[in-house]
Design a protein. Structure first.
Length: 483
């Protein structure tokens, strides 16, 4: 079949990889390395900003309700634009969009450090989110399309480990930067990684050879999806500010539900849908993306709550709090490859449920020891380690089983949906945890520290336990066949 006249022009626009590199037997792993850098900077940004939020409340003299928009805006922009960029790269190619994502992310990170006010900081986080969405729309797809199926599970395990390393570096690096330098460096630290990845990707990443023959873009679907996601996250984020029965909250919820319903209708009839809803006809895939969303809600909800508990409740320095929190993703990174191996032997459902049991146990232990008299370095780090081990056992097998359950023809959409639900989950986790914590603080006459802060965090952990239970239930829905 002869390609459409548009396709060659876009293929020529993409620079070829360096011939010297493509001849090497390890070339596939160089591609994995570039995508891992993208995974790393996305995760270090999320976790490092969580630790900076308590400092930003003082720098800009704003409330928790205001400052949390710094954490929420990035994943909100990312989630809203991810399906748009995912479809764009199917039509026009992945490589240049991926490299542009690194460049825009670097620009947003640089500008964030120069923000003169909270409003400007939130605005520059939107720029970061645009770059992040370009990366997220491509990273997993490039990996899946470039790696042989026999090595794909290992590659996805490395990708998950890179995410865990990014999350683990965030608290420690963030604590150091806040203690030794200033809050601006929390954003500037991502700039050199982004520029390095853009340069390496130019010479390493392959051209796109599987452009879709369908060139149409579903503008109506994008117009409905983006505001529906924005309104949904706004409703979560404003629970502690707007009463549930308030006009503002009711209008936002009605708007989100209505627009999303219209989006689903549009995707069912669109000749070239933005999101192929047929993917959700596969039970294993649907269960998997629910697990992805909830696991990231757990990670970022936990980081948000523990940052405030350690710094304002137990009066730890930012540096000490960062090193304590780093045990979580270190445990995740060490356990993730073991989770893949265990899933091959026992089945992903068994391993994923076991992981969530450990996560719930860690929360209960934290709630039992959440008093200044009982809490010690050993009890805190033990709980954080168990939490990290549980998530490591869950995330890598769940990600692989979810991608593996999608038809090969839908691999690109499945990978994009995995990233969309991952970011939506992280955004929802921060929003839900911060809303619960703010509500409890208001109940204690807005006392922002000491025992009232610890009580607020302890109550909010109950919400995360519910997330863990639902994630375990979703894993049981999946077929027990080993992945």
């Amino acid at each position: 079949m002869t390609a459409s006249p548009e396709a060659p022009r876009w293929r020529i626009a993409e620079p070829p990889p360096a011939a010297l590199l493509t001849r090497q037997p390890y070339y596939e792993w160089l591609i994995v390395g570039v995508t891992c850098i993208g995974a790393f900077i996305g995760q270090i940004d999320g976790s490092i900003v969580q630790l900076a939020l308590p400092a930003l409340t003082q720098v800009f003299d704003r409330s928790v309700d205001d400052v949390r928009w710094v954490a929420v805006t990035y994943p909100l922009t990312y989630a809203a634009l991810l399906p748009v960029f995912s479809r764009t790269c199917e039509i026009h190619g992945r490589k240049l969009l991926y490299l542009a994502g690194f460049a825009i992310f670097a620009i947003g990170s640089l500008l964030s450090g120069f923000a003169p006010s909270l409003v400007w900081l939130v605005s520059f986080r939107i720029v970061q989110g645009i770059g992040g969405a370009m990366l997220g729309a491509n990273s997993m797809t490039i990996l899946v399309k470039s790696i042989a199926s026999s090595r794909r599970a290992h590659a996805i395990g490395l990708y998950t480990t890179a995410q865990a390393i990014g999350v683990s570096a965030g608290p420690a690096v963030g604590g150091f930067l806040l203690e030794v330098l200033d809050w601006q460096w929390v954003f500037w630290v991502a700039v050199p990684f982004s520029l390095t990845a853009a340069l390496a990707g130019w010479f390493i990443l392959p051209r796109t050879h599987d452009l879709t023959p369908e060139r149409r873009f579903d503008w109506m679907g994008a117009t409905l999806l983006v505001p529906s996601l924005v309104l949904a996250i706004m409703a979560l984020n404003q629970v502690s500010v707007w009463p549930l029965a308030s006009t503002s909250m009711i209008l936002v919820i009605i708007g989100a539900v209505t627009l999303f319903a219209l989006f689903v209708w549009r995707e069912r009839v669109a000749p070239a849908p933005l999101v192929d809803l047929a993917l959700f006809g596969h039970r294993a895939f649907t269960a998997g993306v629910v697990g992805v969303s909830l696991s990231y809600a757990l990670v970022f909800g936990m980081f948000f709550l523990m940052s405030f508990a350690l710094i304002h409740g137990f009066h730890n320095s930012a540096l000490l709090a960062g090193f304590k929190l780093a045990i979580i993703p270190v445990a995740m990174g060490v356990t993730a490859p073991l989770g893949i191996a265990a899933a091959k032997k026992f089945g992903s459902s068994v391993v994923c449920v076991s992981g969530m049991v450990l996560v719930a146990a860690a929360f209960f232990f934290l709630m039992v020891t959440a008093t200044p008299q009982i809490y010690t370095l050993v009890t805190g780090l033990s709980s954080f380690a168990v939490f990290g081990v549980g998530l490591g056992l869950f995330m890598a097998p769940n990600n692989h089983a979810t991608i593996d359950s999608a038809p090969a023809s839908h691999a690109s959409q499945a990978a994009a949906m995995l990233n969309l639900l991952r970011v939506f989950g992280s955004c929802a986790g921060v929003s839900a945890a911060s809303s619960m914590m703010s509500w409890r603080i208001h109940e204690h006459d807005d006392i922002f520290g000491g025992r009232p802060m610890i009580n607020a965090v302890e109550s909010s952990l109950v919400l995360l336990v519910i997330f863990a239970v639902i994630a375990a239930g979703a894993s049981l829905v999946r077929s027990p066949k080993p992945t």
